[in-house]
Design a protein around this ligand. Structure first.
Ligand SMILES: NC(=O)c1ccc[n+]([C@@H]2O[C@H](COP(=O)([O-])OP(=O)(O)OC[C@H]3O[C@@H](n4cnc5c(N)ncnc54)[C@H](OP(=O)(O)O)[C@@H]3O)[C@@H](O)[C@H]2O)c1
Length: 287
């Protein structure tokens, strides 16, 4: 029941039309009986400053930030958590009595799906892609103990920039083109796909096929729509360990929920809401 004391959380980005965060967070608020609501706002870059000022004035409890504002929002905040400083990007903001503090919960989500596994830390880790998600993946892999990072990207300059970033965090790193990345994958302990390759509706494509993988290696696909991508199917064929981007999405959202509410997030409720929302979007597209 929305009333005069309902707390506001939201997403700002451009575009936001296919985000599943409203379904995920509203399901979690309802499950715990919290008087919060989560909305999504499409904010073009020229309106970002006004949007953040507005959320501050409205005393929003917090907000998520997505493409293209994850870096630009940083200078509009009062404080940065180490997760944001470490990745150079913010995807979650918490309003602490008027002070806006930026976090990067993508870093938490990626770490969360990998930690506790038997990670082959003596082998290199391969990250495919060099955008914002790849940056969070590189930081997470180094946090978990990988010391050699390979970065395969379509555009070499962006790959080289990420190599510099990995080196600044103390790892050795190398930039490859996508072809060389495919060739070297089999010698890696973990591969993270941080490109949209395989994302709905182009679900037939994959950055790697089974013969380029090894039994027991970990294949994390950050693509979450569909939850089971062609890359993860190829990983299963090869006897590799497939991890879906859906898990990362849920864990990054769960961490934001915890930061806003100080409550333990209802993970399974959030996961079910995301799966249902993604199915709904795919059904609507087919109509
Ligand atoms: N599961 C989660 O919670 C989660 C969180 C964040 C992101 N993601 C997913 O991760 C992916 C990347 O997101 P992002 O925020 O990093 O995006 P981004 O900053 O726009 O970076 C996209 C990266 O993908 C590469 N790329 C794009 N299209 C490609 C293609 N057709 N072939 C080869 N490379 C291509 C780009 O290469 P260039 O440098 O050559 O342009 C760039 O390296 C998206 O699918 C996103 O949905 C998932």
């Amino acid at each position: 029941m929305i009333d005069a004391s309902t707390r506001l959380c939201c997403l700002i980005g451009h575009p936001v039309g296919h985000s599943v965060s409203p379904q995920m967070h509203n399901a979690a608020f309802n499950a715990l009986g919290l008087n919060y609501v989560y909305l999504a706002f499409d904010i073009p870059p020229e309106m970002l400053v006004d949007a953040v000022r507005g959320l501050r004035a409205l005393c929003a409890a917090g907000f998520n930030v997505t493409i293209p504002h994850k870096v630009a929002v940083m200078k509009l905040l009062d404080e940065l958590d180490p997760s944001a400083e470490r990745t150079g990007a913010v995807n979650t903001v918490v309003n602490n009595h008027g002070a806006l503090r930026g976090y990067n919960t993508d870093l938490h989500g990626i770490r969360r799906v990998l930690e506790g596994r038997d990670l082959p830390l003596s082998m290199p880790a391969l990250v495919i892609g060099a955008g914002g998600a790849a940056r969070a993946a590189v930081a997470a892999l180094i946090d978990l103990g990988f010391r050699r990072i390979l970065i395969a990207n379509r555009t070499l300059e962006r790959g080289l920039a990420l190599v510099e970033f990995a080196r600044s965090l103390g790892a050795s790193a190398e930039a490859l083109d996508l072809e060389e990345g495919r060739r070297r994958a089999i010698k890696c302990g973990v591969v993270v796909n941080a490109t949209p390759i395989g994302m709905y509706p182009d679900t037939g494509v994959t950055p790697l096929v089974a013969k380029e993988m090894r039994r027991g290696m970990i294949i994390l696909d950050l693509v979450y729509n569909p939850p089971r991508t062609r890359l993860l199917e190829e990983a299963e064929k090869a006897g590799a360990v497939p991890i879906s981007g859906l898990d990362v999405l849920v864990y990054q959202g769960a961490e934001a929920f915890r930061l806003w509410t100080n409550m333990d997030p209802p993970i399974e409720v959030m996961r079910r809401a995301v799966v249902k929302a993604l199915e709904g979007y795919r059904r609507d597209d087919r109509r």
